[in-house]
Design a binder for this molecule. Structure first.
Ligand code: GUN
Ligand code: FE
Length: 437
């Protein structure tokens, strides 16, 4: 527990997809548990423990990465010219297999978590590797550095897709290891406030037997844990599931009991209307990973269509399928991709037939995806400056490529931040009221 404090700062947040709220001079009171007590305009009040951000800085909610593969950190930016299935077999599975070595895990995760915090990622929903000890190390590393995290030991037992050297020995073993991780994370000393939480993590249907998927569905109902997996990512993956299950990923996941209010499906590029309706009904969410989708899916997630269905959607880097650790880059890419979807990109087609009208998003929606929407997708009180929410925040400072002219309209300031800010502009970072970077 930290001491209660009040922060005086210019702040903005995006509580809804098209709503930007701005405080030119706010007082945000934070209690000892890191919870926001009040947000008010500064009026000459003199609270105890007052902290003031320098003029020119802007406070934003902390960024929430809704889909990231921790063990893929060492291959960031490489082999992205390959199709997904080959990238997994030739690069990703061999790399992830190395986390049998706990020293390697400690070294990689010990470097990655502070780097992500420095980029402003205050919450991450992590896929780990199949190894219980390495995944516990990931959870401990997040806790030690003060990053809010949801950590899953990846489950994958299918003998056709998973190589013998990187595969769960059996469905029963995968379930047992998942149970052990849940217990271990819930019992971590220092984790009484559940800053770090366990996640049930079947990699994707092609990598898991029906037996394993059933077991993990039951475990989700039994434990109330979050669930994460990949769904309808690429043509190859989507068709593999249609062939094997005779239905879409979403329908199959529902049948296995893996669609809950705490489930996050990564990608979802090929979700149909029936899938979106089922996702909405079950309260599951989608992690939109725009950069990775450009490489592995050759598609743009139909974000506006999903939102129109009432589906909760957040934003992910999909490291290392996406090569940008900064969620600011993901937000920017979400805008770019939506613009390309809206207009279409093939100049050989007449302009009126190239694209999907109404697909675009702007900087406000992009920040919402990276903050409030991520919090809603995780069913956690994060991503907004609002009483009862956790004080997870970043201070953006001008410099490098970013200028923040005084007196400019809030929507313009946010546009500048989303389009030109980077790690260099993330001046301070708080999670649960504790300064962590
Ligand atoms: N599908 C199954 N595993 C993966 C992965 O590691 N990355 C991506 N992008 N898709 C996957
Ligand atoms: Fe992924």
């Amino acid at each position: 527990m930290a001491a209660p404090f009040t922060l005086r700062a210019a702040a903005l947040h995006t509580p809804a997809p098209d709503t930007l709220e701005h405080w030119p001079d706010a007082l945000i009171a934070v209690d000892a548990s890191g919870s926001i007590q009040s947000v008010q305009p500064y009026n000459g009040q003199t609270p105890d423990n007052l902290l003031t951000l320098p003029p020119g800085h802007i406070l934003l909610p902390g960024l929430i990465d809704l889909h990231i593969h921790a063990p893929q950190w060492p291959q960031l930016g490489t082999a992205l010219d390959l199709p997904l299935e080959q990238w997994l077999q030739d690069h990703t599975f061999p790399l992830e297999a190395r986390y049998a070595d706990s020293d390697f895990a400690a070294e990689v995760y010990g470097a990655m978590v502070p780097a992500l915090l420095a980029n402003g990622t205050t919450t991450a929903l992590y896929f780990g590797s199949i190894h219980l000890p390495a995944t516990q190390i990931l959870a401990e590393t997040c806790l030690r550095h003060g990053q809010r995290a949801l950590v899953g030991r990846v489950a994958m037992d299918h003998p056709e897709l998973c190589p013998p050297e990187y595969r769960d020995a059996s469905a029963a073993q995968a379930e047992a290891d998942t149970r052990s991780l849940i217990k271990a994370i819930r019992a971590l000393p220092g984790n009484e406030s559940a800053l770090v939480r366990p996640v049930i993590t079947p990699r994707f249907i092609p990598a898991c037997t029906d037996d394993l998927l059933h077991r993990l569905g039951k475990l989700a109902a039994e434990t109330g844990c979050h669930v994460q997996t990949h769904a309808s990512e690429s043509d190859w993956e989507h068709e593999h599931v249609l062939d094997r299950c005779g239905c879409s990923d979403t329908e199959a996941l529902g049948g296995f009991g893996l669609l809950t209010r705490r489930s996050v499906l990564a990608h979802g590029n090929l979700l149909g209307d029936d899938d979106l309706a089922l996702i909405r009904e079950t309260g599951a969410a989608v992690a939109h990973c725009p950069l990775s989708n450009a490489y592995f899916a050759g598609a743009v997630f139909p974000l506006r269509r999903a939102l129109a269905h009432g589906v909760r959607v957040g934003l992910g880097t999909d490291i290392a399928g996406g090569a940008h650790p900064s969620m600011l880059d993901s937000a920017r890419m979400a805008i770019t991709a939506s613009r390309m979807l809206e207009t279409g990109v093939d100049p050989a087609l007449p302009a009126g037939r190239r694209g999907r009208p109404g697909a675009r998003i702007d900087a406000t929606t992009a920040l919402w995806l990276a903050t409030a929407a991520g919090g809603a997708a995780l069913d956690l009180p994060i991503g907004q400056f609002r009483p009862g929410y956790q004080f997870d925040a970043i201070a953006i400072s001008p410099g490098s490529n970013l200028t923040l002219p005084p007196g400019e309209a809030p929507a313009r300031l946010l546009e500048r931040i989303i389009h030109t800010a980077s790690r260099a502009n993330v001046a301070r970072v708080w999670v649960a009221g504790r300064e962590v970077a």
